[in-house]
Design a protein around this ligand. Structure first.
Ligand code: SAM
Length: 215
């Protein structure tokens, strides 16, 4: 799956990507992430990408021309990918949405900055608007990465042990619930013991216990 990320900070996430599981998935060619520098497309002689809002008010707004031209270039490379604008006013991102988007051949993710983008870009280019939570961040880069990460976990072959994605919180395997507690070695830590049932080897009883512990 190919992700094209449109941003004015194309290197912001370099170190995160190099050190995360997403790097391995890129090497395995399960995903490809391309960053497009919106500023590089600005026709302004100072490469400006923002301006004051019509009607007045605080803050700057991202101008439409650089985004529009950058989008055209991204679309040429990722023709069947829907365009998603990350915005706090969008639909709240969740597991169901990640599953639906994981079926797409690719995604074009538009990251805003400042007060956001000129409304005409929404009308001309955007297919869907997504929020990662009811709070305001300074830019769309982290939301884009959250979406890429959540989707990548769901792609076939992406995780070493595929069971772990299928039995994660919110999945059908857990009836949409949040998962049970995990324990590993040692058997006792700081006076806290592993629940004895997990040491019995009785898988029917262990499964029943885990089911009871789902939240
Ligand atoms: N003025 C906007 C508002 O009140 O909705 C907030 C703009 S925010 C400072 C700048 C950019 O960060 C947005 O254009 C968007 O791309 C991104 N952003 C901020 N919070 C977000 C969230 N919760 N989900 C998705 N994107 C977000």
């Amino acid at each position: 799956m190919v992700f094209d990320v449109l941003t004015i900070f194309p290197h912001l996430l370099d170190s995160y990507l190099e050190d995360s599981i997403l790097w391995r998935e890129q090497k395995k060619k399960i995903i490809k992430i391309r960053f497009h520098d919106i500023r590089a497309y600005s026709k302004d002689k100072h490469k400006k990408v923002d301006d004051t809002p019509y009607g007045g008010g605080a803050g700057m707004v991202m101008t439409p021309q650089p985004i529009f031209d950058c989008m055209k270039a991204a679309k040429r490379k990722n023709r069947r990918a829907p365009v998603i604008y990350l915005t706090p006013t969008g639909k709240l991102f969740d597991y169901k949405m990640a599953k639906r988007l994981a079926k797409k051949p690719g995604l074009i993710l538009l990251c805003g900055r400042y007060e956001g983008i000129d409304e005409r870009i929404r009308k001309l280019c955007v297919d869907e608007e997504i929020s990662i939570g009811n709070y305001v961040l300074t830019g769309g880069e982290l939301p884009a990465m959250v979406i890429i990460d959540a989707i990548t976990r769901l792609l076939p072959g992406a995780l070493g042990d595929e069971r772990s994605a299928h039995e994660d919180s919110f999945t059908e395997a857990l009836n949409g619930k949040k998962e049970y507690p995990h324990y590993t070695k040692p058997r006792e830590f700081q006076g806290l013991k592993v629940p004895p049932i997990l040491l019995t080897g009785d898988h029917a009883k262990i499964n029943a216990w885990r089911k009871k512990k789902l939240k």
